[in-house]
Design a protein around this ligand. Structure first.
Ligand SMILES: [Zn+2]
Length: 76
């Protein structure tokens, strides 16, 4: 069972059953990680991936909002 992911670009991504391996952003109508993915869609996702890699913040794809860490930082 594949669930909907809520992306930083503001769109929702659902499992693309036609490809069987990827997710498609409904708002941008693009497969995540594909060359056809618009910059506005990819840059947001890349930004959060970089934050997460740096051990800073992470994006909560289940809720469609920044994870706990950012909220703590923002309230300081
Ligand atoms: Zn998007």
């Amino acid at each position: 069972m594949h669930k909907t992911m809520y992306l930083p670009c503001g769109g929702e991504a659902n499992f693309d059953h036609s490809s069987g391996i990827s997710y498609r952003c409904e708002m941008c109508n693009a497969v995540l990680g594909s060359v056809g993915q618009p910059r506005s869609c990819r840059e947001e996702a890349d930004k959060w991936a970089a934050y997460e890699k740096a051990g800073m913040w992470s994006w909560d794809y289940d809720r469609g909002e920044p994870g706990e860490r950012r909220k703590q930082l923002a309230s300081e």
